[in-house]
Design a protein around this ligand. Structure first.
Ligand code: SF4
Length: 742
């Protein structure tokens, strides 16, 4: 297993996003048979990378300097991603459960068992008693296929995806404000901004290469405001840091807008010509004086005024937000209150002016566009709109009434399993046992299923509960497209074929569909045919890919949607000329009064608990917990707490602490740091079992997006034991690694 490189050390010491590639020939010791230009398999930046391939194995990488977004730079995950290929844990064959555990099976046996279970459960309990869960790290082609498979082959309403835990608050808010769900700007607009407002986005750890764009803006004179309960790496170079109390984000945005209106830093002409409902917002925020806002948010009034002074009169500006404001029972409201700050200035649809919704999952954007959500059909169409249903039903050649209606979201599916209403589940590239809040309930629910099938490349914690595991494909073992967080659809090129008897995911789905009697509708020879079909299905829809082709994507370093015709150049920047995507062309303000989180602190649970990521891990850790060099950077979850809180609790650095909420408890080492609010503790969520942060989190949902409230609940912390005199594992000092965050 590889060890830390010089480049990793540079990164962790400086909290920087970029790595230089000093070794001639790139990383990986073996000489390659070929270099394949493709993209990183992790976050939504989707950095370009060249994989070195030898004997049908990925053996290293070289920078792909021509790809404009990262220009050859990669973060620690990107540098090590090649080590997942040829990993000893790779699933090489289907598995079926026996009384004594799993045994290898033939594809015929595993597929037959799966189809028999589907038919049996649906025959006894109805079509909707069998659910399907997809993933947002999968390609656009697979996202489309998942939706089509659920609606045509399974004929179930209950399909959703793990982006429900990630991007849906932002997506819903974007549609409500602008009529379309996409970042407004290419990332290349970030360096053109003179003010950056970064809220709930730990860019350096969750979207590391974007830090480079932020720093370029700073080098050009931009003022940077960061809002977060923790001093994240990006906050350390900010001009202004606002340490918001968890769950109070909308109040803070309202307070900043209050000052902007008072000082006259709003664009009345733009508001009158291009928006609706500003008067409602103006009336609402009148009461959000700096003093009141300070009382709600814990942010000093002077800092609230200062934020308005930076943002209000700026010549150009960009808002960047992520899960920190979105993982709430009011996640949609939070995003909309920050969008109000953008619309009020009229600084949108111009170079260096707009907003970006940063996507944490590799295909967080495309994964939510092509129909694998319970409320969506291909092309971003609404499953509840008759004309959208008619279009897709006709496209797929089925009567419209046969298309299932809107089903349950991911967490609601888990709740329905718990209630005994859903009896069977097929899950692909989704690890709900680690990812969904209140993990004890998730475990109990999975154990109630009559049948669980998983398609995956490693045996995830969820797959260990399965009756059948279908050995699928890693990103480099297939081809297709993904759509980056800026809305750019790019090509993933096939590097190697799946090892052993493993198969590419889309073939597994098509095989299952054929055995369910739908062979004709799932007859594809290669992913290109699926892409051409999804592009045609999107024509005229809110998310239009119909002018794209694999050839055009390759010639242009990807294409931004909407791209409605083969000669259309794509649309890197939305809303130019103040034209928004609502039918009347206007954007909408939304007035939301602050309301508290679903579970606030009290005498019994007096501390805020929040969770998130660390730079070396990705999502539920199925991939990154298997890459030794990434594990070494952060071997197990730590509980970050402020020295003042630690002193109150009698806790020293590395002492074992028990963190408890109304749902469960975990025992982990403390990490005493000055970079977190004294009333808040943080634990990253990438680990399973007794150290799973999601044993603690609250499954309360946003009423619109149905995202769970990962980012705030109430907890208590107690010391359990002194730090070991000789720690079995050495952790990097706080100053030597990028701070973990949400
Ligand atoms: Fe780029 Fe994200 Fe991969 Fe890091 S994890 S190399 S930032 S795509």
């Amino acid at each position: 297993m590889a060890t830390l490189t010089q480049s990793d050390s540079c990164y962790t010491e400086q909290f920087g996003p970029t790595l230089s590639f000093a070794p001639a020939g790139g990383w990986g010791s073996r000489q390659p048979d070929k270099l394949v230009k493709t993209h990183c398999c992790f976050c939504g930046v989707q950095c370009g990378i060249q994989l070195k391939v030898s004997d049908n194995k990925v053996v290293g990488f070289e920078p792909w300097e021509e790809f404009p977004v990262n220009q050859g730079k990669l973060c620690p995950k990107g540098v090590k991603r090649y080590l997942q290929n040829d990993h000893p844990d790779r699933l090489l064959t289907p598995l079926v459960r026996t009384d004594s555990g799993f045994r290898a099976a033939t594809w015929d046996e595993a597929l037959s068992k799966t189809v028999a279970a589907i038919k049996s459960i649906q025959g006894k309990f109805g079509k909707d008693a069998f659910a399907f869960l997809g993933g947002a790290s999968m390609t656009n082609e697979k996202a489309y296929l998942n939706g089509k498979f659920a609606r045509l082959a399974l004929q179930t309403a209950n399909i959703d995806y793990n982006g429900r835990l990630c991007m849906v608050s932002a997506g819903a808010a974007n549609r409500m404000a602008f009529g379309v769900d996409r970042a407004a700007n290419p990332w290349s607009d970030i360096p053109l901004a003179k003010a950056l407002l970064i809220t709930g986005a730990n860019i350096a750890e969750c979207f590391p290469i974007l830090t480079d764009h932020v720093w370029r803006a700073r080098d050009h004179g931009a003022k940077i405001i960061v809002i977060d309960p923790r001093i994240t790496p990006i906050a350390r170079t900010a001009d202004l840091f606002l340490p918001v109390r968890p769950g109070r984000d909308s109040a803070l945005a309202n307070g900043i807008l209050h000052v902007m209106i008072e000082r006259g830093w709003i664009d009345e002409a733009f508001i009158a010509a291009h928006t609706h409902d500003f008067d409602k917002v103006r009336a609402l925020v009148a009461k959000y004086t700096p003093a009141l806002t300070e009382r709600i948010t814990g942010v000093p009034a002077a800092s609230i005024v200062k934020a308005a002074e930076i943002w209000g009169p700026a010549e150009t500006s960009m808002l960047l937000h992520a899960r920190g404001i979105e993982h709430h029972t009011k996640g949609v409201e939070n995003v909309l209150t920050y969008i109000n700050l953008v619309l009020a200035t009229g600084r949108i649809g111009k170079p260096g002016c707009g907003y970006g919704t940063i996507t944490g999952q590799g295909n967080g954007q495309g994964g939510r566009e092509h129909g694998q959500r319970c409320n969506q059909l291909p092309g971003g169409r609404d499953i509840n709109k008759p004309e959208h249903r008619e279009f897709i039903a006709k496209f797929w050649g089925v009567p419209e009434p046969e298309l299932p209606k809107q089903g349950l979201t991911a967490c609601e599916i888990m709740d329905a399993i718990e209630r005994g209403e859903i009896k069977g589940l097929l899950s692909i590239s989704f690890n709900p046992l680690v990812s969904i809040p209140d993990a004890s309930r998730t475990r109990a629910a999975l154990e109630k299923l009559e049948f669980l099938g998983c398609i995956d490349f490693f045996l995830s914690e969820t797959a260990r509960h399965a009756d059948v595991v279908l050995a699928g494909s890693l990103q480099e073992e297939d081809e297709g497209t993904v759509t980056t967080g800026e809305g750019r659809c790019v090509r993933l090129r096939n590097s190697v074929s799946p090892p052993g008897d493993a198969r590419v995911d889309w073939q597994i789905i098509c095989d299952l569909a054929a055995r369910l009697g739908n062979a004709a509708a799932f007859n594809y020879a290669r992913p290109k045919e699926i892409f051409d079909e999804l592009a045609a299905a999107s024509k005229g829809g809110p998310i239009d890919y119909s002018g794209m082709s694999y050839e055009r994507l390759e010639q242009n370093f990807g294409i931004f949607w909407p791209c409605p015709a083969p000669e259309h150049p794509g649309t890197p920047r939305l809303f130019e000329g103040g034209e928004f995507h609502h039918p009347d062309g206007r954007a909408k303000f939304h007035a939301f009064d602050y309301r508290p989180p679903a579970e606030d602190v009290d005498a019994q649970f007096p501390l805020f608990f929040t969770s998130g990521r660390v730079v070396s891990q990705y999502l539920s850790g199925t991939q990154t917990r298997r890459i030794g060099a990434l594990v070494e950077q952060y071997p197990e979850p730590l509980c970050e707490m402020h020295p003042r809180l630690a002193a109150k609790l009698g806790v020293k650095d590395r002492d074992l602490v028990r963190v408890s909420t109304r749902r469960g408890e975990i025992t982990v080492p403390a990490q005493v740091v000055t970079s977190i609010r004294p009333d808040t503790v943080f634990v990253p969520y990438h680990w399973p079992g007794r150290k799973s942060a999601n044993l603690l989190t609250n499954r309360a949902l946003d009423p619109i997006s149905k995202i769970p409230e990962f980012k705030v609940c109430a907890c208590k912390v107690e010391k359990v034991a002194d730090a070991p005199a000789q720690p079995a594992r050495q952790f990097p000092a706080r100053s030597q690694r990028a701070a973990s965050t949400r």
